[in-house]
Design a protein around this ligand. Sequence first.
Ligand code: BGC
Length: 752
Amino acid sequence: MKKYLYSTALLILAAGCASLSPQDRLTVNDKKINKIIAQMTLEEKVEMLHSKTNMSSEGVPRLGIQDIKYTDGPFGIREENGEGFRSLGWTLDSATYFPTGSALAATWSKEMAYKNGWAMGKEGRLRGKDIILGPAINIQRLPVGGRTYEYLSEDPVLSARLAVEYTKGSQDAGTAVCLKHYALNNQETDRGSVDVIADERTMREIYLKPFEAAIKEGGAMCVMPAYNKVNGFYCSENAHLNNEILRDEWGFKGMTVSDWGGTHSTMGAALGGLCVQMTGDNYFGQALIDSVRNGALDEAVVDAKVREILRLRFAIEPVPEDVANTIMTSQPETQKIAYEIAQKSIVLLKNEAGNLPIAKDVKKIAVIGQNAVLTTAAGGIGAGVKTLYEITPLEGIQARAEKAGVEVVYAPGYKNYQMRMGWGRPSAGPVNPLVANSINEPADPALLAEAVALAKDADMVIFFGGTNKSIETEGSDRKNIDLPCGQNEVIKALYEANPNVATVLISGGPTDLRYLEPYSPAIVQGWWNGLEGGTALAEVLFGDIAPSGKLPFTFPLKLEDSPAYATGSFPGEGSGEDLFTLMYRLDATGYTREQIKEYIASLPDPVSEYREGILVGYRWYDTKDVPVMYAFGHGLSYVDFEYGTLTCKQKKDKIQVSFDLKNLGDMEADEVPQLYVKRLDSKVERAEKELEAFERVALKAGETKNVTLEFPVSELAHWDNETNGWVVEPGKIEILVGSASNDIRQSIQTEI
Ligand code: BGC
């Protein structure tokens, strides 16, 4: 990976301090920084602690120190915006649209996560940026979560391993990451005001783990406190999260920046560990200067914030103005990485009748469903990407079919739901016959009839279902996980017309497949898969490559089975809406500022109690014996793999498990063996099993490789709420290795 090193500043830094921890490398300039601080006026210091524009904060112009420039990620450098996020209409700012978070996680590949981070960092530099607002590494607690597609996984270990690599990749390329949203921002409903109540063990073992790893191992230089409250305090002023845990325990030496509009006080935020108010200066502007001048706040607190910002400023070499933005943001080298991730992310959920890959005698394919033609880069609010191009699934299939001499016909099949009123005003344009008025609208008879006619006349049907970015979006959670706009009716009718069907789901999160499943002998999870998503999908469907993605989250049988619903802890009490979206909506409907304030003040204080505790995702379903539709880690291939007997070694503080893995098929394929640990005699509550290690392994046809999966014994620790610390409990464990969380092939017992 050396060849990816980019920033000379980092090279020099790394060479000089190889023995330093990733965080301590940030402090190598502290002497110089302290001298700079000593020369600064209080006004100059405070100028650095709030937004300058909506995507920058001030440096120290008098001393030649550059501003800090931010850009949204996490899977595409955001187009250049002015005030109010209005596009500046630049021509060179089209970026690479990378597969979204859950798609990246479905690769279960540390190498892909590194490359993704590196490519984002590289494009960030082309645009003159210092910090990418990403990766987004909150745990996918709710199947309905509006940002599930941005986040990585329901599992902390998978999230942590990928977050570490993404962080290293981006920072090696010369752009700092900003880990978001710290912490427990697992719902969009009431996200600006909800008070998340979680016990310390739940926080430490599940929700904080990816942040801890990306900070300690990845050396993340920036962290974004989230909008919500945790145990009574807004994240931007949560001294427990930001000072005691992040800085004192984890040794974080970088800077924090509030989520946009997520700062709520001057003294609270100043003492609660926030460095930069984004956006505005009502708290960290004159009010902060006054607090110091009148003796309420020690100037040393302000100095500490400036020091942390300057550490990042010196670690990240500013891109000169005349170098930035001189070529297109998206480049072939980074597009290739997006392509490679997409190839490895596609999950084959079911292939009962062997409908996939598409048989050689198929001469005519009917592609049905608007999700085959809709682009997915834009939309979803902050994470939308102005992509240089995007190959849709239909385009990918057409290009590949042409090579094979296969005819492709297409029909929309169902109407597509689009949010009429989101962050903008309702559109006044003509009514589009392909757009539904409501998400629950039943199938349109004319569209259905057209689709059925094509299906009857084709050798094979590929049905594209799923959601879109109006349905899964920042700012709101889904009301349910049902397939929208009568898709279930459509698939049933198609199957009855022609049972040679494969379904491809285009979505970022899970959907309810109970009705679709009986009519889909083959099902593929195709994600929102970046600018080459359509090409990669066609390669899988036609069998040029074997599918190798694995689910980073569970598809529950039904929403009510999922832990937060089963324990009655979601949606909880509150307005039921995202505060920011609500403000925009009221504004768009003509409310005055005063009326908006009054309305918001009248809403109940929302609370979200994480009653399921540590039993998130598969930990819940496994422990409570709740059947699921598709399990965490599930993903089929076009070949079978044989897992050999396990051998287990405990080496000092590590456990190593080795076994032979054989590709039994006649084509090259990747497998992701997963290692879970089950505690056999624990005295504390434990999940049935927990992921501890995984590896993506490439195997040629018939090839066998000896694979070693290892993890530190310290990973087996649980957080003891009584003593407030980690405890590695001695005792017996069973190590389970398999192809999915519900497909364990080998096991071995050992003792800690
Ligand atoms: C989102 C962040 C994003 C920021 C800036 C917020 O609404 O929560 O993820 O980075 O806006 O666009």
